[in-house]
Design a protein around this ligand. Structure first.
Ligand SMILES: [Zn+2]
Length: 253
């Protein structure tokens, strides 16, 4: 191996896998070539590192009585549950399980979302900063939507001190669906609405979902779909009170 090449390899080894991956993406793009498949091994090692601190439990029955059961393709550890006998990895039932995009691409999309970047901006950032060689807008939009769905499971913060609240209205429509369901009572049916009629009460009408947002002094925020149409004081109390770190509740409108 030439001296130059050895130096290059030494430098490459000093990089974090995600940084090395970006460099290879940049090289592949400059040569107009696709990224070698063997690079997926780097991705997987990177994921294993991130998942080091995750306690392993069975994603099917939540049992912690598990054993290691070899490795799957690209070196990801596989486990078997001794209770239900099912096999799984740390990525089973996660968005990364069948995703062709590695950990650092997902985290970059998430990071951009938290900075309120548009889908187009996220797509351009991923390409220009060499996270990927190429990616389409619909793919980025799909990733954004999948991550948004997961936000529901993020534990909500406790609100302290003076809390400010405001509401926002969204038109709730299940156009084309034969049996519309009540969005606040999952599984329960709701009556269909007449079309081509203007809303009688505007955004206070029952066809508008009301989302309440509460922000405290340090910026912790909670947003909840609390009711349809006009919001009552009870809706505020029932939905926000569980997150308040205070003894008394006084409301100023
Ligand atoms: Zn199990």
């Amino acid at each position: 191996m030439s001296h130059k090449r050895k130096n290059l390899l030494d430098e490459l080894n000093k990089l974090a896998p995600s940084e090395a991956e970006k460099l290879i993406n940049q090289y592949a793009k400059s040569k107009n070539k696709s990224v070698p498949k063997s690079l997926v091994i780097t991705y997987t090692h990177d994921i294993e590192k991130h998942l080091d601190t995750v306690t392993v439990s069975c994603p099917y029955c939540q049992s912690t009585n598990i054993i290691k059961k070899g490795k799957i393709q690209h070196g990801l550890q596989r486990y078997q549950c001794k209770s239900c006998c099912k096999k799984f990895t740390k990525l089973t039932n996660t968005i990364l399980e069948k995703s062709p995009w590695p950990w650092n691409v997902w985290t970059k999309v998430l990071c951009e979302m938290l900075h309120f970047s548009s889908v187009d901006l996220i797509m351009n950032t991923l390409i220009n900063e060499h996270y990927v060689v190429e990616i389409t807008r619909p793919t980025v939009l799909m990733m954004v939507q999948k991550l948004r769905e997961l936000f529901v499971y993020v534990p909500k913060p406790e609100l302290h001190g003076v809390i400010q609240m405001d509401e926002m209205f969204f038109h709730e429509s299940q156009k084309g669906i034969d049996n519309p369901t009540d969005v606040l009572k999952s599984g329960k049916r709701r009556k269909g609405r007449r079309r081509s009629e203007p809303s009688k009460y505007g955004t206070m009408g029952n066809e508008f979902g009301t989302v309440l947002c509460a922000v405290d002094e340090v910026g912790h925020a909670i947003a909840k779909h609390v009711c349809m149409g006009h919001i009552e004081l009870d809706d505020i109390y029932l939905n926000i009170h569980p997150y308040l770190k205070m003894l008394h509740l006084s409301v100023q409108i």
